[in-house]
Design a binder for this molecule. Sequence first.
Ligand SMILES: Nc1ncnc2c1ncn2[C@@H]1O[C@H](COP(=O)(O)OP(=O)(O)OP(=O)(O)O)[C@@H](O)[C@H]1O
Length: 444
Amino acid sequence: MNVLIVDDEKNILETMAATVTSIGYQAFTAHNPRQAMRQLKEKDIHAMFLDMRLGKESGLDFLKSVRNEGIQLPAIVFTAYSSVESAIDALKSGATDYIQKPFYPKDIKQMLDRIHEDRHVEAVPAKTAPAGTKKRSTILFESRQESVQKTLAVAEKAASSEANLLILGQSGTGKTVLARHLHSLSSRSQEPFVTVNCPSLSRDLLESELFGHMKGAFTGAVSDTWGKVAAANKGTLFLDEIGELPQEIQPKLLRLLQEKEYERVGETQTRSSNVRVIAATNRNLEAEVEAGRFRVDLYYRLKVIELSLPPLVERPSDILPLAENYLAYFAGESKRPNLHFSQEAQNTLLEYGWPGNLREMRNVVERASILSENDEIGPHHLPSSLQEREESSIRPGHSVPLARLEEEHIRLILEKAESLEQAARILEIDTATLYRKRKRMGLA
Ligand SMILES: Nc1ncnc2c1ncn2[C@@H]1O[C@H](COP(=O)(O)OP(=O)(O)OP(=O)(O)O)[C@@H](O)[C@H]1O
């Protein structure tokens, strides 16, 4: 991934370039808006770090002109000035995120890794797209699976309400993508969408990241700052991995949700906020509540509307459409429009358990599209983990009685599922029926 750093200070440019290179990405630098614009137009730049102040020129004016040129790459703005206005201005001028100085290499790494992962999600070319070009995307908000259709229908209705939303699902099932989608469908879509990743910071830093702090509030608090609650004002605050929210911060978040009020760390003045909260978790929050690790009142505040994204293994009828959609994207990227899966490859995709869910599938399809030497993707282009299953002679189309096929299918699903209830949902039969079948088959 190619990263452009735009700053008028030579030492920042050099340090940032060294940091970006050490993370494993390619760094390009520019001292002023003209140099930066030239690089954006001439090179294939995938992400940009930009200072608010570029000598006498404004970084945000430059960002606006970049957006006016139709260049849509992710842009992160350095804000040295600890005012909430600067963060909000940055987001309104088209910044994807902002980062306050001083920052650490791990902050840069986290941001770049996220952009790298989202690159195909956004599917936005860094260079100006000619007018009328259809934007390709790997994202598919359609499903043939009834459970997902229901979730998407509720999501569409809930998007326009002001209710807090809780998205549940294993890692890689698309919680973040859905949260962004909900924001884009809401009346807040023109305002910022701000993400806070709850487990990535220590308790103190997370509290300050959320609410901001006053100079001297804790060791390392060298200046006053505003947090992401302030930056998300009028927009959406996305709390990722909410199940990891430290217990000390939970009452403060509850107050924000209930009273729409908060205080910066180290300050007594109460501030009011206008944010809509979308939270996501891959944990069983109900169990966290029962174990006393998550406040029950906060849980109920967050889950006014709950949206559950099932693991891919519970969406068997979506496996091929999703894989085909990814393939169409990568085929377009590599200008090989006839790229397709062989029948055998399709069977392998269908039979795999997809523990990494949609994220894993996208990576598998991207890899296969790179490895295939001609237009057909065969099973040998798929990672060996997809083929490592017990070869069974009991398969559809083989000469086996129907009852044996049913038995084998139930056995495999029971092996993969986390509970009898989950297996019953996948099989679309009720739990009692599955219980009886399992007993009869001697699998209990
Ligand atoms: N609706 C979708 N259509 C196609 N691909 C999707 C969709 N949603 C998610 N993905 C793919 O899955 C990847 C992971 O999505 P996302 O980050 O939203 O998952 P997550 O549930 O938030 O994961 P984690 O809990 O690990 O943060 C995305 O980068 C994208 O490639």
